[in-house]
Design a protein around this ligand. Structure first.
Ligand SMILES: Cc1ncc(COP(=O)(O)O)c(C=O)c1O
Length: 397
């Protein structure tokens, strides 16, 4: 058998999809599985984004320009302007989802063996993208008991070495829902300036803020960071367009964008048809996003209240995004999550959870925790909470 690369063999598994085969097996037996494990929105996309694809009279699908069409980038600029972010089309490279934007960014700024600092728990695929670019992740722990707030800046500074190229955060965070304040973004930005490294902020959940007091502050609003800030974005969550695979990286740093463009040239073009749908979504009535945000906020309230009533369960209170981390009264949340799919049903239904250990890169953390995505309607969330309660009782017997 030919030998595969160490990189490929050691690539971490997705904690979100790790238990998928057990879920498929349960479903094949006719068991209904509530998927709380994924971040796949269930709310309809803006109608215009679907219509533009349906009504297209295209006779062929040409390549788009590698950086994304000018009209799409102009639409993005107008959307950013509505969010108090001033950028120009030349600051944007359109990518195949935020995923490719993260990969491009890491490849542009890091060589093999370089390091990036990330507060954990973090979006698990950052680990995979780092591994694929031979970059080392230096995690800084943020704690459940502190609602996963930014660790003291001194603990982040301690991790900076000559190999550090960037600090990466997600705001608001997947998986914790933590919302970094303007002050915190500026503290991180000042650290980036001090060590002449990048501050990369993944803002794909920008609109979904459940906090009545704080508003989202983009890394691109901190003017001092002109050359050191990179924003990662996507239409996937905002407009329920995950399958469009359209995102972007945005930066005022001309050299970074010019370098990213070379990576963009390598893969020729973002998906042409998906860009049409995404542009229509971005130009849709801003009221759409207000309603979507309100729906996620209502779900969050319902879910958190239901979970808090379950004996032994502790819930973090997310200020943004559509996830929460939940601590369960079990020794090993992964074993429990597997058992839910292989050995348990309540009235022929069960739930699929994402064990949270996979969102930490330091082993031993998050063993009792799971991540729940509130991408199901309130009725289904309530039903899921009931199933969780019944399951915990059965598991402890
Ligand atoms: C924080 C974060 N960044 C990036 C992505 C990937 O987004 P995309 O579908 O645009 O590639 C996700 C998807 O779950 C995410 O949660």
């Amino acid at each position: 058998m030919p030998v595969l690369s160490n990189k490929g063999r050691n690539l971490p598994e997705s904690p979100i999809r790790k238990l998928s085969s057990f879920a498929a097996e349960a479903e094949s037996k006719g068991i209904y599985v509530f998927h709380l494990n994924i971040g796949q929105p269930d709310i309809a996309s803006p109608q215009g984004s679907i219509d533009v694809v349906r009504k297209s009279k295209l006779k062929l699908l040409p390549y788009e320009s590698s950086e994304g069409s000018l009209s799409f980038r102009k639409s993005l600029c107008a959307y950013y302007k509505r969010n108090e972010i001033d950028v120009l089309p030349k600051d944007i490279i359109v990518t195949t989802g935020a995923s490719e934007a993260v990969a491009f960014t890491l490849n542009c700024i890091c060589d093999a063996g370089d390091e990036i600092i990330i507060p954990e728990p973090f979006y698990a695929n950052y680990n995979g993208f780092a591994a694929a670019s031979s970059v080392k992740v230096e995690p800084v722990i943020s704690l459940f008991d502190d609602q996963f707030c930014l660790p003291p800046i001194s603990t982040i500074e301690e991790k900076v070495t000559l190999k550090t190229k960037a600090i990466l955060i997600c705001n608001p965070s997947n998986p914790t829902g933590y919302l970094y304040s303007q002050e915190e973004i500026e503290l991180l930005g000042d650290l980036a300036l001090k060590y002449n490294i990048f501050l990369i902020v993944d803002e794909v959940y920008r609109e979904f803020i459940h906090d009545e007091v704080n508003k989202h502050y983009s890394v691109l609003q901190y003017e001092k960071l002109k050359d050191h800030a990179v924003m990662i974005d996507s239409v996937s969550k905002r407009y329920s367009l995950c399958g469009a695979r359209v995102g972007c990286m945005v930066s005022k740093n001309k050299n970074l964008i010019a370098t990213a463009l070379k990576f963009a040239h390598l893969r020729l073009s973002p998906a042409t048809l998906a860009l049409m749908a995404s542009e229509a979504a971005i130009n849709s009535d801003p009221e759409y996003l207000i309603q979507v945000k309100n729906e996620y906020s209502a779900r969050k309230k319902t879910l958190i209240e239901a979970l808090e009533k379950i004996d032994g369960v502790r819930v973090s209170n997310p200020k943004g995004a559509f996830y929460c981390i939940v601590e369960l009264p079990v020794e090993d949340a992964e074993e429990f999550s597997k058992w839910l799919l292989t050995d348990f049903t309540y009235q022929n239904e069960t739930i699929m959870l994402a064990p949270a250990a996979g969102f930490y890169s330091t082993s031993g953390y998050g063993k009792k925790q799971i991540r729940i995505g509130f991408v199901l309607n309130q009725q289904k969330l309530l039903r899921s909470a009931t199933i969780l309660e019944k399951a915990l009782k059965a598991y402890s017997n």
